[in-house]
Design a protein around this ligand. Sequence first.
Ligand SMILES: Cc1cc2nc3c(=O)[nH]c(=O)nc-3n(C[C@H](O)[C@H](O)[C@H](O)COP(=O)(O)OP(=O)(O)OC[C@H]3O[C@@H](n4cnc5c(N)ncnc54)[C@H](O)[C@@H]3O)c2cc1C
Length: 470
Amino acid sequence: MMMTGDQYRASLRDGRALFIEGERVEDPATHPLLKTAVDAAAAVYDRFYSPDPEAYSPIYIIPHNDEEQKERVEKLKGGTDMSAGTSSVSVLALATAAPDLAKAKPEYRQRIYDFIDYVRKNDLRCAEAVTDAKGNRKLRPLQQDDPDMYVHVVDRNADGVFITGCKMHISAAPIEHELVVFPTKAMRPGEEAYAISCSVPANAPGVSMINTTYAPHGEDLRHFPVSARINSPEAFIVFDRVFVPNERIFLDGETEHAATLAYALGLWERAGGGVHAREGEDRLVGLAALAAEAAGIADEPHIHDKLSTLMIFATMCRAGHEAAWSNATTNADGNLMPSTLFISATKYYHAQFHDQMVDILHDIAGALVVNAPTLADYDNPELRGVLDELFAAPGFSAEERLRLYHYIRDTTADAYGGWGSVTGKQAGGGQYAQRLVTMRNYDMERAKDLARKAVRIGNHAPAQEPVATA
Ligand SMILES: Cc1cc2nc3c(=O)[nH]c(=O)nc-3n(C[C@H](O)[C@H](O)[C@H](O)COP(=O)(O)OP(=O)(O)OC[C@H]3O[C@@H](n4cnc5c(N)ncnc54)[C@H](O)[C@@H]3O)c2cc1C
């Protein structure tokens, strides 16, 4: 059965072991630093709630073709709930990997579809628990001083396995129901214990979560127009001999398949991030244009240069993601997936240049980004007159202009802006990972063949030289 927002809030009071800023949290729905994220998730529950026992949230649509994919995106767009995104990504990644995992053991595929059915029917939210602690990055899991640097199987019996380790930075985990564990990378023979994928309830004995958040801490929320409304925690999830029953194990020891799951998760995580990136970059262009107008410099040639740079960047981000979907393929189970090549190359491009685009925005907007008087100053009758004089501009009241600078600061030059910058580079894998995936998926043979033909190397007939056109 689907849950209402209030049923979801109640479902989080299940004894889970949550900590934030040193304190144990009994009820995330009422905690000041977690409540906004819970409310955003509850709003999605209310939006899609149906008493029909067969109904399920569009979060759990597994698209098989372009129409279903568009329907899924259309239904989910506009939400501010991180848990909807991580739940979608978790099940889409499992569904993408399912036919390959079936080659290791047919029951893995069945367990995956049973699990998807279970979370759909019970309207549960899922965390993507991939990133391990990793210790010394250059050492393999078994070479680490502490064997728990990667989540691994420490014991087993006829009914299942026991896992230990820590998954770090896991978005929205404290406000979700299932922690879906994926291997963080490819594993090698000998590392069977580390080739583990499974799902664990958030309140399972032995699970505890240490949470962080960029949610504003009690400031005047008008100065945090985005982060006060849209924020979500990340968790360090500690697994201490957590029991996982066989029916929730999707990979157990087949090292050659660890990468299948890691890549599938990375693909969907980057594809999901792209949806926000596209809107976000066009909004950034708009913020720069408004800041230029407010300062009366919109017609300056150097501002045109800077705005056109922003526009080209935003357009290329959009183009990359659209190309990823127009080059989508289906796996052996008929599940649609975007082009890995376009997704990774675009993720790289976006992360590489995003901060440069923010620099341009700051250059245009000036020091008011960080020094604009507060809206409480504007409320003070003693100050309002002078602030009206200083800040009102054609097309903007003084208050609107102050709000513009606080919006730019909140999203690009304060806690949330910093979080966004690091997240853009790291979530879904760092830049080196995007390079590796791009190299793996780029058609180098075709590229070399084109070059061979052009240069007439080997048996190639004299080339038709490409004709330059204006
Ligand atoms: C806000 C946010 C949300 C996130 N949400 C999630 C989530 O929901 N689920 C999840 O699983 N993860 C999540 N992540 C984690 C994210 O996937 C990782 O940050 C990312 O994969 C990079 O890992 P890392 O941070 O450990 O950096 P590292 O991998 O340590 O990278 C740091 C540097 O070390 C280099 N390096 C790493 N290994 C080697 C090596 N062997 N040899 C040479 N150089 C190396 C890298 O190239 C990089 O330059 C999130 C991250 C952020 C910031």
